[in-house]
Design a protein around this ligand. Structure first.
Ligand code: DQQ
Length: 534
Protein backbone atom coordinates (compact mmCIF):
# COMPACT_ATOMS: atom_id res chain seq x y z
CA UNK A 1 0.00 0.00 0.00
CA UNK A 2 1.73 3.13 -1.22
CA UNK A 3 1.71 6.71 0.04
CA UNK A 4 -0.10 7.71 -3.17
CA UNK A 5 -2.79 5.06 -2.67
CA UNK A 6 -3.26 4.92 1.12
CA UNK A 7 -6.76 3.45 0.90
CA UNK A 8 -5.91 0.31 -1.06
CA UNK A 9 -6.13 -2.83 0.98
CA UNK A 10 -3.52 -5.29 2.22
CA UNK A 11 -5.72 -8.37 2.54
CA UNK A 12 -9.24 -7.52 1.37
CA UNK A 13 -10.22 -8.59 -2.13
CA UNK A 14 -10.04 -5.99 -4.88
CA UNK A 15 -8.99 -5.81 -8.53
CA UNK A 16 -5.91 -3.72 -9.50
CA UNK A 17 -8.15 -0.84 -10.56
CA UNK A 18 -11.69 0.22 -11.60
CA UNK A 19 -15.17 -0.38 -10.26
CA UNK A 20 -16.21 -3.61 -8.51
CA UNK A 21 -19.54 -4.55 -6.95
CA UNK A 22 -21.43 -7.77 -6.17
CA UNK A 23 -19.72 -11.14 -5.70
CA UNK A 24 -21.21 -13.61 -8.19
CA UNK A 25 -21.26 -17.35 -8.85
CA UNK A 26 -19.04 -18.28 -5.90
CA UNK A 27 -18.26 -21.99 -5.64
CA UNK A 28 -15.53 -24.52 -5.00
CA UNK A 29 -14.61 -26.71 -7.98
CA UNK A 30 -11.89 -29.37 -7.96
CA UNK A 31 -10.53 -27.83 -4.74
CA UNK A 32 -10.34 -24.33 -6.23
CA UNK A 33 -12.47 -21.46 -4.94
CA UNK A 34 -14.05 -19.37 -7.68
CA UNK A 35 -15.12 -15.78 -7.23
CA UNK A 36 -16.73 -13.86 -10.06
CA UNK A 37 -17.72 -10.26 -9.54
CA UNK A 38 -19.51 -7.34 -11.16
CA UNK A 39 -16.78 -5.26 -12.77
CA UNK A 40 -16.39 -2.24 -15.03
CA UNK A 41 -13.29 -2.81 -17.19
CA UNK A 42 -13.39 0.83 -18.28
CA UNK A 43 -13.49 2.93 -15.13
CA UNK A 44 -14.06 3.60 -11.43
CA UNK A 45 -17.82 4.13 -11.65
CA UNK A 46 -20.59 1.57 -12.25
CA UNK A 47 -21.14 0.63 -15.94
CA UNK A 48 -20.12 -1.74 -18.80
CA UNK A 49 -20.69 -4.62 -16.38
CA UNK A 50 -18.96 -7.98 -16.97
CA UNK A 51 -18.22 -10.96 -14.76
CA UNK A 52 -14.56 -10.66 -13.79
CA UNK A 53 -13.04 -13.82 -12.37
CA UNK A 54 -10.43 -14.78 -9.74
CA UNK A 55 -9.60 -18.11 -8.13
CA UNK A 56 -8.01 -19.10 -4.85
CA UNK A 57 -6.80 -22.18 -3.00
CA UNK A 58 -7.32 -20.62 0.44
CA UNK A 59 -9.83 -17.73 0.20
CA UNK A 60 -6.93 -15.39 1.09
CA UNK A 61 -4.66 -15.18 -1.97
CA UNK A 62 -6.38 -14.72 -5.33
CA UNK A 63 -5.23 -15.19 -8.93
CA UNK A 64 -6.94 -13.15 -11.64
CA UNK A 65 -8.27 -14.65 -14.89
CA UNK A 66 -9.82 -13.18 -18.01
CA UNK A 67 -13.42 -12.00 -17.66
CA UNK A 68 -15.60 -15.13 -17.66
CA UNK A 69 -18.95 -13.75 -18.84
CA UNK A 70 -19.28 -10.60 -20.92
CA UNK A 71 -21.86 -9.25 -23.38
CA UNK A 72 -21.84 -11.45 -26.49
CA UNK A 73 -25.41 -12.42 -27.38
CA UNK A 74 -28.70 -10.51 -27.66
CA UNK A 75 -29.86 -11.71 -24.23
CA UNK A 76 -26.95 -9.98 -22.47
CA UNK A 77 -25.69 -7.42 -24.96
CA UNK A 78 -26.27 -4.48 -22.59
CA UNK A 79 -24.68 -6.02 -19.51
CA UNK A 80 -24.02 -9.21 -17.55
CA UNK A 81 -25.46 -8.61 -14.11
CA UNK A 82 -25.51 -10.67 -10.94
CA UNK A 83 -26.18 -14.37 -10.64
CA UNK A 84 -25.16 -17.58 -8.94
CA UNK A 85 -23.57 -20.96 -9.50
CA UNK A 86 -25.24 -24.33 -8.96
CA UNK A 87 -23.37 -27.63 -8.92
CA UNK A 88 -25.41 -30.07 -11.02
CA UNK A 89 -25.29 -33.87 -10.61
CA UNK A 90 -21.89 -35.20 -11.59
CA UNK A 91 -20.24 -32.12 -10.09
CA UNK A 92 -20.88 -29.95 -13.14
CA UNK A 93 -21.18 -26.22 -12.45
CA UNK A 94 -23.84 -24.09 -14.12
CA UNK A 95 -24.28 -20.35 -13.84
CA UNK A 96 -27.57 -18.48 -14.01
CA UNK A 97 -27.16 -14.73 -14.41
CA UNK A 98 -29.11 -11.66 -15.43
CA UNK A 99 -28.58 -10.27 -18.90
CA UNK A 100 -29.69 -6.90 -20.18
CA UNK A 101 -31.20 -7.37 -23.63
CA UNK A 102 -31.35 -4.93 -26.60
CA UNK A 103 -34.58 -3.45 -25.21
CA UNK A 104 -32.90 -3.04 -21.78
CA UNK A 105 -35.13 -5.72 -20.36
CA UNK A 106 -33.75 -7.89 -17.55
CA UNK A 107 -33.73 -11.59 -18.47
CA UNK A 108 -32.13 -14.72 -17.00
CA UNK A 109 -29.43 -16.68 -18.85
CA UNK A 110 -27.47 -19.90 -18.45
CA UNK A 111 -23.74 -20.46 -18.97
CA UNK A 112 -21.75 -23.69 -18.51
CA UNK A 113 -18.00 -24.37 -18.50
CA UNK A 114 -16.40 -25.10 -21.85
CA UNK A 115 -13.88 -27.50 -20.38
CA UNK A 116 -14.72 -29.39 -17.20
CA UNK A 117 -11.17 -30.67 -16.85
CA UNK A 118 -9.91 -27.09 -16.33
CA UNK A 119 -10.02 -26.48 -12.54
CA UNK A 120 -9.88 -22.74 -13.27
CA UNK A 121 -13.01 -22.89 -15.46
CA UNK A 122 -11.60 -20.13 -17.62
CA UNK A 123 -14.07 -20.38 -20.50
CA UNK A 124 -17.83 -20.37 -20.39
CA UNK A 125 -20.38 -21.22 -23.07
CA UNK A 126 -23.78 -19.58 -23.08
CA UNK A 127 -26.92 -21.59 -23.76
CA UNK A 128 -28.35 -21.18 -27.26
CA UNK A 129 -31.75 -21.14 -25.57
CA UNK A 130 -31.07 -17.91 -23.66
CA UNK A 131 -32.95 -16.13 -22.26
CA UNK A 132 -34.48 -18.89 -20.14
CA UNK A 133 -36.69 -16.63 -18.04
CA UNK A 134 -38.06 -13.32 -19.25
CA UNK A 135 -40.82 -10.80 -18.67
CA UNK A 136 -43.85 -11.30 -20.93
CA UNK A 137 -47.26 -9.70 -21.30
CA UNK A 138 -48.75 -12.79 -19.61
CA UNK A 139 -46.50 -13.11 -16.56
CA UNK A 140 -46.64 -9.42 -15.58
CA UNK A 141 -42.99 -9.46 -14.57
CA UNK A 142 -41.51 -5.97 -14.35
CA UNK A 143 -38.85 -5.85 -17.10
CA UNK A 144 -36.70 -3.31 -15.26
CA UNK A 145 -36.85 -5.15 -11.92
CA UNK A 146 -36.20 -8.82 -12.55
CA UNK A 147 -32.72 -9.94 -11.64
CA UNK A 148 -30.12 -11.84 -9.62
CA UNK A 149 -31.03 -15.57 -9.76
CA UNK A 150 -29.95 -17.59 -6.72
CA UNK A 151 -28.15 -20.90 -6.51
CA UNK A 152 -30.82 -23.44 -7.52
CA UNK A 153 -31.93 -26.27 -5.24
CA UNK A 154 -33.46 -29.65 -5.94
CA UNK A 155 -36.85 -30.61 -4.51
CA UNK A 156 -38.19 -34.09 -3.67
CA UNK A 157 -39.93 -34.11 -7.10
CA UNK A 158 -36.47 -33.98 -8.76
CA UNK A 159 -37.19 -30.50 -10.08
CA UNK A 160 -34.83 -27.56 -9.70
CA UNK A 161 -36.02 -24.37 -8.02
CA UNK A 162 -34.56 -20.91 -8.25
CA UNK A 163 -35.71 -17.49 -7.06
CA UNK A 164 -35.20 -14.20 -8.85
CA UNK A 165 -35.46 -10.78 -7.17
CA UNK A 166 -38.19 -8.42 -8.33
CA UNK A 167 -40.76 -5.80 -7.46
CA UNK A 168 -44.19 -4.66 -8.60
CA UNK A 169 -44.80 -1.04 -7.66
CA UNK A 170 -43.48 -0.97 -4.07
CA UNK A 171 -43.89 -4.70 -3.40
CA UNK A 172 -40.65 -6.68 -3.12
CA UNK A 173 -40.78 -10.21 -4.57
CA UNK A 174 -38.77 -13.43 -4.70
CA UNK A 175 -40.23 -14.98 -7.88
CA UNK A 176 -39.96 -18.78 -7.94
CA UNK A 177 -39.24 -20.86 -11.05
CA UNK A 178 -39.03 -24.65 -11.46
CA UNK A 179 -37.28 -26.80 -14.03
CA UNK A 180 -36.66 -30.49 -14.79
CA UNK A 181 -33.61 -29.91 -16.98
CA UNK A 182 -32.18 -26.53 -15.87
CA UNK A 183 -33.07 -25.10 -19.30
CA UNK A 184 -36.86 -24.94 -19.43
CA UNK A 185 -38.11 -22.95 -16.45
CA UNK A 186 -41.75 -22.52 -15.40
CA UNK A 187 -42.84 -19.70 -13.12
CA UNK A 188 -44.72 -20.82 -9.99
CA UNK A 189 -48.10 -19.28 -9.26
CA UNK A 190 -46.93 -17.71 -6.01
CA UNK A 191 -43.57 -16.15 -5.18
CA UNK A 192 -41.49 -17.81 -2.45
CA UNK A 193 -41.93 -14.63 -0.41
CA UNK A 194 -42.98 -11.02 -0.89
CA UNK A 195 -43.54 -7.88 1.16
CA UNK A 196 -45.56 -4.75 0.55
CA UNK A 197 -44.20 -1.25 0.45
CA UNK A 198 -40.53 -2.11 0.74
CA UNK A 199 -39.10 -1.75 -2.77
CA UNK A 200 -36.90 -3.93 -4.95
CA UNK A 201 -35.41 -7.15 -3.58
CA UNK A 202 -31.96 -7.47 -5.13
CA UNK A 203 -29.62 -10.45 -4.84
CA UNK A 204 -31.87 -12.88 -2.92
CA UNK A 205 -30.21 -15.87 -1.24
CA UNK A 206 -32.10 -18.90 0.10
CA UNK A 207 -30.32 -21.67 1.97
CA UNK A 208 -30.61 -24.21 4.81
CA UNK A 209 -28.66 -23.99 8.08
CA UNK A 210 -28.28 -26.77 10.64
CA UNK A 211 -30.29 -26.28 13.84
CA UNK A 212 -27.31 -27.59 15.82
CA UNK A 213 -23.63 -27.01 15.18
CA UNK A 214 -21.62 -24.82 12.89
CA UNK A 215 -21.26 -26.96 9.79
CA UNK A 216 -22.91 -25.97 6.55
CA UNK A 217 -25.11 -28.11 4.32
CA UNK A 218 -25.78 -28.33 0.60
CA UNK A 219 -28.40 -25.89 -0.66
CA UNK A 220 -30.83 -28.72 -1.57
CA UNK A 221 -30.87 -30.24 1.94
CA UNK A 222 -34.12 -30.09 3.91
CA UNK A 223 -35.50 -31.82 7.01
CA UNK A 224 -36.35 -31.31 10.67
CA UNK A 225 -32.67 -30.71 11.51
CA UNK A 226 -32.43 -27.55 9.37
CA UNK A 227 -33.97 -24.10 9.26
CA UNK A 228 -34.02 -21.97 6.13
CA UNK A 229 -32.73 -18.45 5.64
CA UNK A 230 -34.06 -15.96 3.12
CA UNK A 231 -31.85 -12.93 2.64
CA UNK A 232 -32.55 -10.01 0.34
CA UNK A 233 -30.58 -6.90 -0.51
CA UNK A 234 -32.98 -4.00 -0.05
CA UNK A 235 -32.38 -1.45 -2.77
CA UNK A 236 -34.21 1.23 -0.73
CA UNK A 237 -31.88 1.09 2.29
CA UNK A 238 -28.87 -0.70 0.74
CA UNK A 239 -28.91 -3.27 3.56
CA UNK A 240 -28.75 -7.07 3.47
CA UNK A 241 -31.57 -8.30 5.69
CA UNK A 242 -32.82 -11.81 6.41
CA UNK A 243 -35.46 -13.96 8.04
CA UNK A 244 -35.13 -17.48 9.46
CA UNK A 245 -37.97 -19.91 8.93
CA UNK A 246 -39.22 -23.26 7.70
CA UNK A 247 -39.44 -24.34 4.11
CA UNK A 248 -41.90 -26.94 2.89
CA UNK A 249 -40.28 -28.17 -0.32
CA UNK A 250 -43.36 -30.15 -1.40
CA UNK A 251 -45.69 -27.15 -1.34
CA UNK A 252 -42.86 -24.69 -1.93
CA UNK A 253 -43.90 -22.53 0.97
CA UNK A 254 -41.43 -20.63 3.11
CA UNK A 255 -42.74 -19.56 6.51
CA UNK A 256 -40.59 -17.15 8.50
CA UNK A 257 -40.54 -17.96 12.23
CA UNK A 258 -41.34 -14.45 13.31
CA UNK A 259 -42.51 -11.51 11.26
CA UNK A 260 -41.10 -11.47 7.77
CA UNK A 261 -39.02 -9.16 5.64
CA UNK A 262 -41.74 -6.62 6.04
CA UNK A 263 -39.80 -3.74 7.50
CA UNK A 264 -36.58 -1.86 6.98
CA UNK A 265 -35.55 -2.69 10.53
CA UNK A 266 -35.22 -6.48 10.10
CA UNK A 267 -32.07 -8.30 11.24
CA UNK A 268 -29.04 -7.51 9.14
CA UNK A 269 -25.89 -9.39 8.20
CA UNK A 270 -23.93 -6.23 8.91
CA UNK A 271 -24.87 -2.88 10.43
CA UNK A 272 -22.35 -0.91 8.37
CA UNK A 273 -21.47 -1.04 4.68
CA UNK A 274 -22.19 -4.50 3.33
CA UNK A 275 -24.38 -5.30 0.34
CA UNK A 276 -25.33 -7.76 -2.40
CA UNK A 277 -23.81 -10.65 -0.47
CA UNK A 278 -24.36 -14.32 -1.13
CA UNK A 279 -23.43 -17.66 0.38
CA UNK A 280 -22.17 -20.93 -1.06
CA UNK A 281 -21.70 -24.38 0.44
CA UNK A 282 -18.04 -25.36 0.70
CA UNK A 283 -18.23 -29.16 0.54
CA UNK A 284 -14.46 -29.47 1.06
CA UNK A 285 -14.69 -28.05 4.58
CA UNK A 286 -18.41 -28.61 5.21
CA UNK A 287 -19.20 -25.01 5.87
CA UNK A 288 -21.33 -22.26 4.38
CA UNK A 289 -19.43 -19.15 3.44
CA UNK A 290 -20.81 -15.64 3.03
CA UNK A 291 -19.17 -13.10 0.74
CA UNK A 292 -20.25 -9.49 0.31
CA UNK A 293 -19.46 -6.20 -1.35
CA UNK A 294 -18.27 -3.19 0.68
CA UNK A 295 -18.74 -0.02 -1.32
CA UNK A 296 -17.04 3.32 -0.79
CA UNK A 297 -18.07 6.09 1.59
CA UNK A 298 -16.10 8.62 -0.44
CA UNK A 299 -17.32 10.92 -3.20
CA UNK A 300 -17.53 9.78 -6.82
CA UNK A 301 -14.95 12.46 -7.66
CA UNK A 302 -12.53 10.90 -5.15
CA UNK A 303 -13.21 7.42 -6.55
CA UNK A 304 -12.37 8.61 -10.04
CA UNK A 305 -9.24 10.32 -8.73
CA UNK A 306 -7.99 7.18 -7.01
CA UNK A 307 -9.02 5.07 -10.01
CA UNK A 308 -10.99 2.42 -8.18
CA UNK A 309 -14.11 1.79 -6.15
CA UNK A 310 -15.30 -1.10 -4.01
CA UNK A 311 -13.79 -4.04 -2.14
CA UNK A 312 -15.07 -7.36 -0.87
CA UNK A 313 -15.37 -8.30 2.77
CA UNK A 314 -13.31 -11.14 4.25
CA UNK A 315 -15.23 -14.37 3.55
CA UNK A 316 -17.28 -15.28 6.64
CA UNK A 317 -18.33 -18.67 7.86
CA UNK A 318 -22.03 -18.48 8.72
CA UNK A 319 -24.20 -20.66 10.96
CA UNK A 320 -27.34 -20.56 13.12
CA UNK A 321 -26.97 -19.24 16.67
CA UNK A 322 -28.01 -21.62 19.47
CA UNK A 323 -31.05 -19.42 20.13
CA UNK A 324 -32.27 -20.17 16.59
CA UNK A 325 -33.12 -16.49 16.28
CA UNK A 326 -30.17 -15.16 14.37
CA UNK A 327 -27.11 -16.10 12.35
CA UNK A 328 -23.53 -15.91 13.53
CA UNK A 329 -20.65 -14.92 11.24
CA UNK A 330 -16.91 -15.29 11.70
CA UNK A 331 -13.96 -14.61 9.36
CA UNK A 332 -12.76 -17.87 7.77
CA UNK A 333 -9.81 -19.25 9.79
CA UNK A 334 -7.57 -19.23 6.70
CA UNK A 335 -7.16 -15.48 7.18
CA UNK A 336 -5.20 -16.19 10.37
CA UNK A 337 -2.18 -17.33 8.39
CA UNK A 338 -1.54 -13.66 7.62
CA UNK A 339 -1.07 -12.93 11.32
CA UNK A 340 2.41 -11.81 12.41
CA UNK A 341 4.02 -9.96 15.39
CA UNK A 342 1.70 -11.22 18.07
CA UNK A 343 1.05 -8.69 20.87
CA UNK A 344 -0.93 -9.86 23.87
CA UNK A 345 -1.87 -8.90 27.41
CA UNK A 346 -4.42 -9.91 30.01
CA UNK A 347 -6.24 -8.53 33.04
CA UNK A 348 -5.56 -4.88 32.43
CA UNK A 349 -7.81 -2.35 34.09
CA UNK A 350 -8.99 0.52 31.92
CA UNK A 351 -9.82 3.29 34.34
CA UNK A 352 -12.52 5.80 33.46
CA UNK A 353 -11.16 8.37 31.01
CA UNK A 354 -8.08 6.38 30.02
CA UNK A 355 -6.52 5.66 26.64
CA UNK A 356 -3.74 3.09 26.24
CA UNK A 357 -1.75 2.47 23.11
CA UNK A 358 -1.37 -1.03 21.70
CA UNK A 359 2.05 -0.72 20.15
CA UNK A 360 4.26 -3.00 18.09
CA UNK A 361 1.54 -3.84 15.61
CA UNK A 362 1.10 -2.40 12.15
CA UNK A 363 -2.01 -0.46 13.09
CA UNK A 364 -2.97 0.17 9.44
CA UNK A 365 -3.16 -3.55 8.69
CA UNK A 366 -4.09 -5.57 11.76
CA UNK A 367 -6.30 -8.16 13.40
CA UNK A 368 -7.32 -7.25 16.97
CA UNK A 369 -9.31 -9.49 19.28
CA UNK A 370 -10.26 -8.15 22.69
CA UNK A 371 -12.60 -9.15 25.49
CA UNK A 372 -13.88 -6.98 28.30
CA UNK A 373 -15.17 -7.75 31.77
CA UNK A 374 -17.53 -5.41 33.58
CA UNK A 375 -17.63 -5.48 37.37
CA UNK A 376 -20.39 -3.10 38.44
CA UNK A 377 -23.21 -3.93 36.10
CA UNK A 378 -25.68 -2.22 38.40
CA UNK A 379 -23.99 1.10 37.55
CA UNK A 380 -25.37 0.99 34.01
CA UNK A 381 -27.28 4.02 32.79
CA UNK A 382 -30.99 3.63 32.17
CA UNK A 383 -32.01 3.11 28.56
CA UNK A 384 -34.83 5.47 27.73
CA UNK A 385 -37.84 3.75 26.10
CA UNK A 386 -37.49 6.03 23.07
CA UNK A 387 -33.91 4.87 22.41
CA UNK A 388 -34.86 2.04 20.08
CA UNK A 389 -32.79 2.99 17.06
CA UNK A 390 -29.23 1.84 17.72
CA UNK A 391 -27.66 3.74 14.84
CA UNK A 392 -29.26 7.01 15.99
CA UNK A 393 -28.16 6.34 19.55
CA UNK A 394 -24.58 5.92 18.31
CA UNK A 395 -24.85 9.30 16.56
CA UNK A 396 -26.21 10.97 19.68
CA UNK A 397 -23.78 9.26 22.01
CA UNK A 398 -20.54 9.10 20.08
CA UNK A 399 -17.19 8.08 21.52
CA UNK A 400 -16.66 11.53 23.08
CA UNK A 401 -19.91 11.50 25.03
CA UNK A 402 -19.06 10.32 28.52
CA UNK A 403 -21.18 7.64 30.10
CA UNK A 404 -20.99 5.28 33.03
CA UNK A 405 -20.36 1.80 31.63
CA UNK A 406 -18.81 2.94 28.41
CA UNK A 407 -18.10 4.10 25.88
CA UNK A 408 -15.16 1.65 25.96
CA UNK A 409 -13.48 -0.20 23.12
CA UNK A 410 -10.89 0.45 20.43
CA UNK A 411 -9.69 3.54 18.60
CA UNK A 412 -8.44 2.27 15.25
CA UNK A 413 -6.76 4.00 12.32
CA UNK A 414 -5.97 6.79 14.77
CA UNK A 415 -3.47 9.62 14.44
CA UNK A 416 -1.10 10.09 17.40
CA UNK A 417 -2.95 13.24 18.46
CA UNK A 418 -6.28 11.35 18.12
CA UNK A 419 -7.55 14.05 15.76
CA UNK A 420 -8.40 11.20 13.45
CA UNK A 421 -9.76 7.89 14.70
CA UNK A 422 -12.53 5.40 14.18
CA UNK A 423 -14.01 4.37 17.53
CA UNK A 424 -15.48 0.89 17.83
CA UNK A 425 -17.03 0.72 21.26
CA UNK A 426 -19.63 -0.62 23.67
CA UNK A 427 -22.10 1.09 25.98
CA UNK A 428 -24.06 -0.83 28.59
CA UNK A 429 -27.52 0.27 29.58
CA UNK A 430 -30.19 -1.20 31.80
CA UNK A 431 -33.87 -1.48 31.15
CA UNK A 432 -35.91 -2.87 34.02
CA UNK A 433 -33.82 -5.80 35.24
CA UNK A 434 -32.14 -6.52 31.94
CA UNK A 435 -28.95 -5.15 30.47
CA UNK A 436 -28.79 -3.81 26.96
CA UNK A 437 -25.51 -3.70 25.08
CA UNK A 438 -25.01 -1.11 22.36
CA UNK A 439 -22.14 -1.45 19.91
CA UNK A 440 -21.08 1.48 17.73
CA UNK A 441 -18.64 2.02 14.90
CA UNK A 442 -18.21 5.78 15.12
CA UNK A 443 -16.38 7.17 12.14
CA UNK A 444 -17.39 10.79 12.68
CA UNK A 445 -13.73 11.70 13.35
CA UNK A 446 -12.19 9.16 10.95
CA UNK A 447 -10.89 11.72 8.47
CA UNK A 448 -10.14 15.42 8.17
CA UNK A 449 -11.59 15.18 4.66
CA UNK A 450 -15.20 16.35 4.90
CA UNK A 451 -16.31 14.81 1.58
CA UNK A 452 -16.83 11.35 3.06
CA UNK A 453 -19.97 9.84 4.54
CA UNK A 454 -19.05 9.59 8.23
CA UNK A 455 -22.40 8.58 9.74
CA UNK A 456 -21.79 6.37 12.80
CA UNK A 457 -23.20 2.84 12.65
CA UNK A 458 -24.60 0.83 15.52
CA UNK A 459 -26.59 -2.15 16.71
CA UNK A 460 -27.84 -3.78 19.89
CA UNK A 461 -26.00 -6.95 20.81
CA UNK A 462 -27.95 -9.83 22.33
CA UNK A 463 -25.54 -11.19 24.95
CA UNK A 464 -25.91 -12.22 28.55
CA UNK A 465 -23.26 -9.99 30.12
CA UNK A 466 -24.01 -11.28 33.60
CA UNK A 467 -22.32 -14.51 32.54
CA UNK A 468 -20.36 -13.75 29.40
CA UNK A 469 -17.46 -11.50 28.50
CA UNK A 470 -17.94 -8.87 25.85
CA UNK A 471 -15.80 -9.61 22.84
CA UNK A 472 -14.80 -7.55 19.86
CA UNK A 473 -12.62 -8.52 16.90
CA UNK A 474 -11.72 -5.89 14.32
CA UNK A 475 -10.03 -6.52 11.00
CA UNK A 476 -8.31 -3.26 10.11
CA UNK A 477 -7.09 -2.76 6.56
CA UNK A 478 -6.15 0.86 5.64
CA UNK A 479 -9.65 2.05 4.71
CA UNK A 480 -11.70 -0.83 6.12
CA UNK A 481 -12.69 -1.69 9.66
CA UNK A 482 -14.65 -4.94 9.78
CA UNK A 483 -15.82 -5.63 13.33
CA UNK A 484 -17.28 -8.84 14.78
CA UNK A 485 -18.94 -8.36 18.16
CA UNK A 486 -20.11 -10.95 20.65
CA UNK A 487 -18.37 -13.76 18.76
CA UNK A 488 -19.96 -12.74 15.46
CA UNK A 489 -23.54 -12.01 16.53
CA UNK A 490 -23.26 -8.43 15.30
CA UNK A 491 -20.99 -7.34 12.46
CA UNK A 492 -20.28 -3.75 11.49
CA UNK A 493 -18.15 -2.75 8.52
CA UNK A 494 -16.91 0.82 8.09
CA UNK A 495 -15.06 2.52 5.24
CA UNK A 496 -12.84 5.37 6.40
CA UNK A 497 -10.30 7.61 4.71
CA UNK A 498 -7.77 8.98 7.18
CA UNK A 499 -5.49 11.77 6.00
CA UNK A 500 -3.06 11.60 8.96
CA UNK A 501 -3.44 8.03 10.26
CA UNK A 502 -1.98 6.46 7.14
CA UNK A 503 0.39 3.48 6.92
CA UNK A 504 3.12 3.88 9.59
CA UNK A 505 1.42 6.95 11.06
CA UNK A 506 -1.62 4.89 12.05
CA UNK A 507 -2.05 3.96 15.73
CA UNK A 508 -4.19 1.59 17.72
CA UNK A 509 -5.58 2.30 21.20
CA UNK A 510 -7.95 0.86 23.76
CA UNK A 511 -10.06 3.47 25.53
CA UNK A 512 -12.65 3.93 28.21
CA UNK A 513 -14.64 7.14 28.24
CA UNK A 514 -17.06 6.01 30.94
CA UNK A 515 -16.77 6.88 34.61
CA UNK A 516 -16.55 3.24 35.71
CA UNK A 517 -13.40 1.15 35.32
CA UNK A 518 -13.53 -1.75 32.87
CA UNK A 519 -11.19 -4.73 32.68
CA UNK A 520 -9.60 -5.96 29.47
CA UNK A 521 -9.56 -9.65 30.32
CA UNK A 522 -7.58 -10.53 27.19
CA UNK A 523 -6.24 -8.70 24.18
CA UNK A 524 -4.52 -10.28 21.17
CA UNK A 525 -3.34 -8.21 18.24
CA UNK A 526 -1.39 -9.07 15.14
CA UNK A 527 0.01 -7.22 12.17
CA UNK A 528 -1.45 -8.72 9.02
CA UNK A 529 0.85 -9.70 6.19
CA UNK A 530 -0.16 -8.55 2.74
CA UNK A 531 -2.06 -11.19 0.78
CA UNK A 532 -1.38 -11.87 -2.89
CA UNK A 533 -4.56 -10.52 -4.42
CA UNK A 534 -4.89 -10.23 -8.17
N1 DQQ B 1 -25.91 -5.07 -8.87
C1 DQQ B 1 -26.12 -5.75 -10.11
C2 DQQ B 1 -27.57 -6.13 -10.13
C3 DQQ B 1 -27.90 -6.16 -8.68
C4 DQQ B 1 -27.14 -5.01 -8.13
C5 DQQ B 1 -25.73 -4.86 -11.24
C6 DQQ B 1 -26.93 -5.08 -6.64
O1 DQQ B 1 -27.76 -7.37 -10.78
O2 DQQ B 1 -29.28 -6.08 -8.48
O3 DQQ B 1 -24.35 -4.56 -11.21
O4 DQQ B 1 -25.81 -4.34 -6.23
Amino acid sequence: VSAKQPYRTGYHFQPPKNWINDPNGIMVYKGVYHLFYQYNPKGAVWGNIVWAHSTSKDLVNWTPHEAAIYPSQPSDINGCWSGSATILPGGKPAILYTGIDPLNRQVQNLAIPKNLSDPYLREWIKSAKNPLMQPTAQNHINASSFRDPTTAWLGPDKQWRVIVGSKVNRQGLAILFKSKDFVNWVQSKTPLDSAKNIGMWECPDFFPVLVKGRNGVDTSINGPYVKHVLKVSLDDTRHDIYTIGSYDNVKDVYTPDKGSIESYSSVRYDYGKYYASKTFFDNVKNRRILMGWINESSSVADDIKKGWSGVHAIPRKIWLDGSGKQLVQWPVPEIQKLRANHVSFANKTLRGGSVIEISNVNAAQADVDVSFEIADLEKAEVLKPSWTNAQLLCSRKGALVKGRLGPFGLLVLASDDLKENTAVFFRIFKRQNKHVVLICSDQSRSSLNQDNDKTPYGAFLDVDIQHQKLSLRSLIDHSIVESFCGGGKVCITSRVYPTLAINKAAHLYAFNNGTQAIKISKLNAWSMKTAKIN
